[in-house]
Design a protein around this ligand. Structure first.
Ligand code: ZN
Length: 441
């Protein structure tokens, strides 16, 4: 075997360069159109991880439309990306840029495929800007889309309730709780309306007939927990003994009754903190939409209720408003701070929050009252009228009936049974440790 000649070496090097360059090019690929949730395969997207969203929305004078919006995502590529998807439903897209350069888009249903001019290398940060306008829930022709959660205009105001997949109806996103991110909301509304969103109110700027509210959520948040509420709200504020600011936003006409309805939140926080650990965010409170709602939602740091909460029932479940207020508060630990990786595990949200209703009852009315509540939960899930859904295992809900009774009531019973089995001391040590472990991650 002889030595390789200089000429042969040159050919070898050229071939090697071509082969490795080809390999590098072939390693780039489109990001997946789903994040890998086997329960809802289309939700979320693969190939990147969003670090932050800045959502700027200009709302029309009659509150019925978004006249101009821009969402800026800062993300990290987790593969070499030739293209990637955002979840975005309806509206009219005016421009899309990746790292300041115009990008091509293709839209189909909830999926918007973005093809940048240059491949985004694996591990690199990139910035996507999407400009759009329209009426959330409609397409560019103004036709109504088949969606049942997200942004709602209700005449005198706007509310946003998005669990599990409504965020894509008003901002382009990676719409799955596996990809939590930080958020800024810049909401421009006609005076004298107030815009309320998640987190801390950073700035209010009045400019003629318009007011711009800037809110910052500086803890990671799942997209379904985002909210924007617009009305002529009044703010009511208090501080808990542990120093947490509670700021509530109530419609002017019912502000007094609402303040009474929500008067025990500081006491609830004082009850839950020794059990679950310190409140997980900078601030808490609620917003009451000026419309009756059949649900309440644990939107992060600012739980959402309908105005029927002041008449004693906040949801269609039959539970008292006070009990539902405790439920949404408990979600801030279980669901918001600690979030399931797949929607199949929703009972980890709802079972804990429902059991917290019994814990609040126990703290205020005693153990026998809490036992009666658990017995009533049991009778609801053993009712033959609800056999089809009520008997499903809480960890295996039907995908078309995710929010069925079992995930709430059987979920709560899983925890109660565990408590009865291992005793209070071990049970509550476990609950607090789960919360602390998550916060340390
Ligand atoms: Zn709940």
């Amino acid at each position: 075997m002889g030595w390789i000649t200089k000429g042969q070496l040159r050919v070898f090097v050229v071939v090697w360069v071509i082969v490795t360059a080809t390999m590098a090019v072939s390693a780039q690929s489109p990001g997946d159109a789903g994040i890998g949730d086997d329960f809802y395969p289309g939700l979320g997207n693969g190939g990147y991880d969003v670090e932050s969203y800045r959502i700027e929305v200009v709302v029309s004078d009659d509150l019925a439309a978004i006249t101009r919006a821009k969402t800026t995502l800062t993300a990290l590529a987790t593969q070499s990306l030739s293209s990637f998807n955002l979840d975005f439903l309806g509206m009219t897209v005016d421009a899309v840029r990746v790292n300041s350069a115009d990008a091509r888009i293709a839209r189909e249903g909830r999926e918007m495929t973005v093809t940048p001019q240059q491949t985004i290398p694996d591990g690199e940060a990139f910035v996507v800007e999407v400009e759009y306008h329209g009426v959330p829930g409609t397409d560019s022709d103004g036709d109504s889309l088949d969606f049942n959660n997200g942004w709602f205009h209700y005449g005198g105001g706007v509310l946003v309730a998005s669990e599990p997949d409504g965020s894509a109806a008003w901002f382009p996103c990676n719409d799955h709780p596996l990809d939590k991110a930080l958020f800024d909301f810049v909401i421009d509304v006609p005076a004298p309306y107030v815009a309320v969103a998640n987190g801390v109110l950073e700035n209010v700027e009045k400019d003629g007939e318009r007011i711009v509210y800037t809110w910052r959520m500086s803890h990671p948040m799942a997209t379904y927990l985002t909210t924007v509420n617009i009305n002529t709200f009044v703010e009511q504020r208090e501080v808990t003994d542990s120093g947490l600011v509670i700021r509530n936003y109530f419609p002017l006409a019912i502000a007094e009754q609402a303040a009474e309805t929500f008067a025990r939140q500081a006491e609830m926080i004082a009850t839950f903190e020794p059990l679950f650990g310190p409140f997980p965010f900078d601030v808490y409170g609620v917003v009451v939409a000026d419309v009756p709602l059949g649900f309440a939602l644990e939107t992060q740091t600012i739980s959402l209720f309908g105005r029927n909460v002041i008449s004693g029932t906040a949801t269609g479940s039959g539970a008292s408003s006070e009990s539902v207020i405790a439920h949404e508060l408990a979600h801030q630990w279980f669901g918001d701070s600690l979030t399931p990786a797949t929607w199949r595990d929703l009972w980890l949200n709802e079972g804990f929050a429902t059991y917290a209703q019994a814990l609040w009852t126990e703290a205020t009315l005693g153990r026998s009252a809490a036992d009666r509540m658990m017995v009533s939960f049991y009778s609801q899930i053993s009712s033959p009228l609800d056999a089809a859904r009520g008997t499903a295992a809480p960890g295996d809900p039907p995908p078309d009936a995710l929010f069925n009774r079992s995930v709430y009531l059987r979920g709560a019973w899983v925890l109660h049974a565990l408590r009865l089995q291992i005793g209070d001391e071990a049970f509550f040590r476990f609950a607090a440790r789960v919360c602390v472990a998550i916060r340390l991650q």
